[in-house]
Design a protein around this ligand. Structure first.
Ligand SMILES: NC(=O)c1ccc[n+]([C@@H]2O[C@H](COP(=O)([O-])OP(=O)(O)OC[C@H]3O[C@@H](n4cnc5c(N)ncnc54)[C@H](OP(=O)(O)O)[C@@H]3O)[C@@H](O)[C@H]2O)c1
Length: 351
């Protein structure tokens, strides 16, 4: 039987991606869409400024936009809500749904670092779903899983194969993040046109703290953070979609770039063989050309669910590994990972 799903914040950039992935999904039945009060009561097709290409899917055009209200969503039979609400309002809504028995898969940042809340990048740490058991102590009857920050999802997918094989000491990353990362009305054109802004509020701290949690281990029923420290500098660049990251990995051993490429290419991750509809065949794609990856050329690799690594090289006695990684921020970095998490929960009998 198909699982009844809602998208919260369905008119935003991440919300639109969720809608496009869920409108004709084989396991989920998209029955409810929410937005802010000013849009409630009108049809989704009428109020949404659809900006992600092609048209609003027919299956959802005529759905009436609903408020973010537990009673209303329960009336529609919603079992799982995919949340793309702004961080400022998300937690109040999500907590009420959890108490009312609706499972929430959320992109918003509040609660991401709580020890009993999985922060999931499925190929990297689907095993962290184990800690959901601990959430029972909160008195919720729904379950909460968080989607990582977009740059962190992209980075940790590229780091996981390396950490599994090599002795990694620390990682430094500089991000070049697309304007879609700031939402539909995020960065004024005058500020970002022909420009680079060397600051994104809160982003560097998220990369450090969330990477440690995602790359960590379940130890007794909580998550022990990884000892690999990630230090970040984040910039906003005039690119529509796709965060490019320049990564330096400091190792305790020498590595050979062609071996590293083999390790990255052969990575399939913790959900290999699960048959999840949104899982890319190759989570990490490696390009050999010196001028790749580029957002314009590579952002849709694996339908936006693969990250693309390029320019793999070494320095300092082969103990400093350098590469670029690119990922789609609203697919792999947000809605795509959210849907993949939902699918993994179905497979594990958690939905
Ligand atoms: N963009 C990314 O690449 C990305 C990546 C990872 C995580 N995230 C996170 O995902 C979430 C959504 O991001 P986004 O980029 O899609 O933002 P967005 O484009 O600004 O969309 C926000 C959505 O929330 C609704 N909303 C705004 N204020 C509201 C309120 N007071 N009450 C109820 N609904 C409200 C909006 O509805 P209206 O249209 O009616 O205003 C819209 O549907 C955020 O928490 C963000 O941090 C974003």
């Amino acid at each position: 039987m198909r699982i009844k799903a809602a998208v919260l914040g369905a008119t935003g950039l991440v919300g639109q991606r969720f809608v496009s992935l869920l409108a004709n999904h084989p396991w989920f039945d998209l029955v409810a869409l929410t937005a802010s009060e000013k849009r409630v009561g009108r049809s989704y097709g009428e109020v949404v400024e659809w900006v992600i290409g092609e048209d609003v899917p027919d299956a959802v055009k005529d759905l009436q936009v609903l408020p973010n209200d537990l009673k209303v969503l329960r009336r529609e039979g919603v079992e799982v809500a995919f949340s793309a609400l702004p961080s400022s309002v998300a937690w109040g809504v999500e907590e009420s749904l959890l108490k009312g028995g609706i499972t929430v898969v959320s992109n918003a940042s509040p609660m991401r670092l709580e020890p009993d809340i999985p922060l999931l990048n499925p190929e990297v740490n689907v095993s962290h779903l184990e800690v959901l058991e601990k959430q029972k102590r909160r008195g919720w009857s729904g379950r909460l899983v968080k989607v990582p920050n977009c740059s962190t999802a992209i980075l940790t997918l590229a780091l996981k194969p390396l950490i599994d094989v090599y002795r990694v000491r620390r990682v430094a990353v500089t991000t070049m993040q697309a304007i879609s990362g700031a939402g539909l009305r995020g960065v004024p054109g005058y500020m970002i046109g022909c420009n680079v802004i060397p600051f994104i509020k809160g982003e560097e701290e998220k990369l450090t703290a969330e990477s440690a949690k995602i790359l960590g281990f379940v130890d007794k029923d909580s998550i022990r953070p990884s000892e690999v420290r990630v230090s970040a500098s984040c910039t906003r660049v005039p690119v529509l979609d796709g965060h490019l990251e320049s990564v330096f990995v400091d190792l305790d051993e020498s590595v050979n770039p062609s071996e590293v490429v083999k390790v990255l290419k052969s990575f399939r991750g913790e959900i290999a063989g699960w048959g999840l509809p949104t899982a890319p065949e190759n989570p990490v794609v490696v390009r050999g050309e010196e001028w790749r990856p580029q957002p314009r050329l590579d952002v849709m690799a694996g339908e936006g669910m693969s990250v693309v690594v390029g320019r793999v090289r070494v320095d300092e006695g082969d103990r400093l590994l350098k590469f670029f990684v690119l990922g789609h921020n609203t697919l792999r970095g947000a809605a795509g990972s959210g849907v993949l998490i939902g699918e993994a929960m179905v497979k594990k009998g958690l939905l």
